[in-house]
Design a binder for this molecule. Structure first.
Ligand code: SAM
Length: 223
């Protein structure tokens, strides 16, 4: 049994929104930026969880929400089906199942804090299958910076996921992306708990428009 199936949605959101973690808001903002860069018609969100960021896709034709946990997807449906044109829930274990999204159909893949828990080969095989030529793959990875994988927010139900978590080094990510996905830039966001989020853009089969790395480091405002 994958430990993500045992993490209650409310606990996940409480942990991720905790003032020392603050990741939900930052991930949501990254998604908004990608939508404004691309105005995608078809989007696939891998590790969609309870749908953080889906509200930005109101102008898209189709949004696929992929997750192993059916309870999370049910919440996605309740929250976002009423405001999206077409929300397709894909309950799948990326490590074992084929993700049934039509080949070469997706303009934007959002993959935030997902690769750390899954088989990289399987995940990239799925991205290659569904992302259209010229489409954008946005990946966000967590860097723990020696603070431990799961921050102490008082939420204990998340601790078991640390057992399957693995930090994905920059070089490993880029190797998996080659040869089709061309690196197109990255940005690091420093979080209040000492961790960082790194957002990477890859373009399917196109010469990268920009190869500038680490263009901006954001400092979280104090409150
Ligand atoms: C850290 S959460 C993702 C956070 C989310 N992207 C956000 O912006 O808030 C990881 C998600 O990946 C899902 N997941 C983990 N392993 C999976 C697998 N093997 N197949 C599909 N989904 C998986 C979990 O259920 C969980 O919703």
């Amino acid at each position: 049994m994958n430990p993500w199936n045992n993490v209650p949605a409310a606990d996940y959101e409480r942990h991720m929104s905790h003032e020392t973690v603050g990741q939900l808001a930052e991930l949501n903002e990254i998604t908004r930026e990608k939508v404004e860069q691309r105005y995608p018609q078809t989007v696939a969100v891998y590790g969609a969880c309870t749908g953080n960021g889906l509200a930005h896709f109101v102008d898209a034709r189709t949004v696929y929400a992929v997750d192993i946990n059916p309870a999370y997807l049910a919440i996605c449906h309740d929250r976002y089906d009423p405001i999206l044109n077409e929300l397709v829930l894909v309950q799948a274990d990326i490590n074992h199942d084929v993700v049934p999204i039509p080949a070469d159909s997706v303009d934007l893949i959002i993959c935030h804090l997902f690769l750390e828990y899954v088989d990289l080969e399987r995940a990239f095989a799925s991205f290659r299958q569904v992302l259209r030529p010229g489409g954008l793959l946005n990946i966000v990875l967590q860097r723990s910076n020696d603070t431990g994988w799961v921050s102490n927010t008082g939420v204990t139900t998340l601790r078991p996921v640390a057992a399957i978590a693995h930090e994905v080094p920059d070089e490993t990510l880029r190797q998996h992306a080659l040869p089709e996905f061309r690196f197109a830039g990255s940005q690091t966001y420093r979080m209040p708990n000492g961790k960082s989020l790194v957002s990477y853009d890859f373009i399917n089969g196109e010469v990268a428009q920009s190869t500038s790395e680490e263009s901006t480091d954001f400092e979280w405002p104090e409150w």
